[in-house]
Write a protein that binds this ligand. Structure first.
Ligand code: UDP
Length: 404
């Protein structure tokens, strides 16, 4: 059972008292989060922990998930890709269908809470139904290179919110004339995904999947998505494998709002060309499993082509793992290059760093240790809670908002 008091042992009593103090200031206010999936992906991961913790510190908080069919989520996935800069073609009918589903959801979700906190583009249009309560739009995506058509469509709705929230200062938009604030995502150090695990439990998971812990294991945990570049990871591994004996684990499940997973999974199987040392794992939602895979690996990769934040990087660093990750989106916020991890820009660069870490385990361990300290200081859920509480307060005291 999640208990806010348990975090004192990690961040100190003062940080927890501060949360209660801010929670008290929001007494009587109801907050509702709305997103598009209950499991899979970073947004659901955070809400699962954030919602009970907010309730514990006295802020009545709910979480609703919009409903949509395959056609709706195919359109929203296309939007997601277009926001990340992929050229996608949208028909009038796509936008009409998106609007129709949004309006159906608006009829079925109670939107009367004092603060409505909408996550990502899928539910963005619910704001059409706003009355005199407060509406926040939380953008978890890097929209700096978004395609004009989708951005223009979404901007009409973004401007109806009181405030929007981005994960990195780099994502702010000049032409959005409402307050924009930066709040980074976070990990929960006490969750099943991140808590300490006995080594026997880690070993058991590796045995079950037939992965040999006596030889180096390189792992990327991600939904099977082109933007996570699993095929690029295989190419980097193949460059390294010529020189260093190692195994590669590509593990991920699906998210209910991501219809592309199976197709990408099949592409990954084909790219592996039957190499017995490449383990492609289609996982059920099981946090202990992910935790064990991260803990038992020697190196963690996150070779995303685009990324909102990339929670898997913080998760791995929290476990003191050396991480090689692309310098995209929110990842450079989490990694100080050559101090608390390695930032990469290409397949060749990834292969170069993999070889370096495999040949220099002390250097790898140092990166992991420093990386953990950085995550402890910046990316734990207690910091995130505090910033959300301040955000909710700020919409009632608009003059106190800090702009960037
Ligand atoms: N994750 C998971 N199971 C999987 C793949 C990923 O639980 O099979 C988790 C992962 O550990 C992380 C989140 O989903 O907590 C992914 O968040 P991230 O920000 O890395 O990427 P997103 O999927 O949101 O693009």
């Amino acid at each position: 059972m999640i208990n806010i008091k348990n975090y004192e042992s990690i961040v100190g009593a003062q940080a927890i008292n501060e949360l209660y103090y801010l929670g008290e200031k929001l007494k009587g206010k109801k907050v509702k989060n709305i997103n598009s999936t209950a499991v899979g992906g970073g947004v659901a991961e955070i809400l699962t922990k954030m919602v009970p913790l907010l309730n514990q510190i006295g802020v009545e908080t709910q979480w609703d998930v919009i409903k949509g069919d395959q056609k709706f989520f195919t359109i929203t996935k296309k939007m997601h890709n277009a926001l990340h800069g992929k050229p996608e073609v949208f028909s009038e009918e796509d936008f009409e269908y998106f609007s129709q589903i949004a309006r159906e959801n608006a009829e079925n979700i109670d939107l009367s809470s004092d603060v409505i906190f909408v996550h990502d583009p899928q539910p963005i249009m619910l704001v059409e139904k706003r009355h005199n309560n407060k509406w926040l739009w939380r953008c978890h995506v890097d929209i700096t290179e978004s395609s004009e058509n989708v951005y223009t469509f979404l901007k009409n709705y973004i401007l109806r919110y009181d405030t929007c929230v981005f994960s990195s200062p780099a994502f702010s938009q000049k032409d959005i004339e409402i307050p924009q604030v930066m709040i980074c995502p976070s990990i929960d150090p006490l969750s099943d995904k991140n808590k300490e695990l006995p080594v026997e439990e880690v070993n058991k998971v590796f045995e079950e999947f037939g992965i040999d812990r006596k030889r180096p294991v390189i792992t990327q945990i991600s939904r099977f998505d082109h933007l996570k570049d699993p095929v690029g990871v295989i190419k980097a591994y193949k460059l390294v494998k010529k020189y260093n004996d190692c195994q590669l684990v590509l593990a991920g499940g699906g998210a209910t709002d991501d219809p592309e997973g199976i197709k990408v999974y099949e592409e990954v199987i084909s790219a592996a060309e039957g190499d017995q040392d490449i383990h492609i794992l289609l996982l059920p939602q099981n946090d202990i499993l992910i935790n064990a895979l991260q803990r038992g690996s020697d190196i963690i990769i996150q070779k995303s082509l685009k990324e909102g934040f990339g929670l898997t990087v913080s998760e791995a660093l929290w476990k003191e793992k050396p991480v090689i990750a692309s310098a995209v989106g929110g990842i450079p916020l989490q990694i100080t290059h050559k101090y608390g991890g390695l930032l990469t820009y290409s397949i060749e660069g990834t292969a170069y760093y993999l070889k370096q870490l495999l040949n220099a385990p002390d250097y790898a361990a140092m990166l992991g240790r420093n990386g953990k300290e950085h995550i402890k200081n910046n990316f734990l859920i207690t910091r995130h809670l505090k910033e959300y509480l301040l955000l909710f307060l700020s919409v009632y005291n608009a003059q106190d908002i800090v702009y960037f």
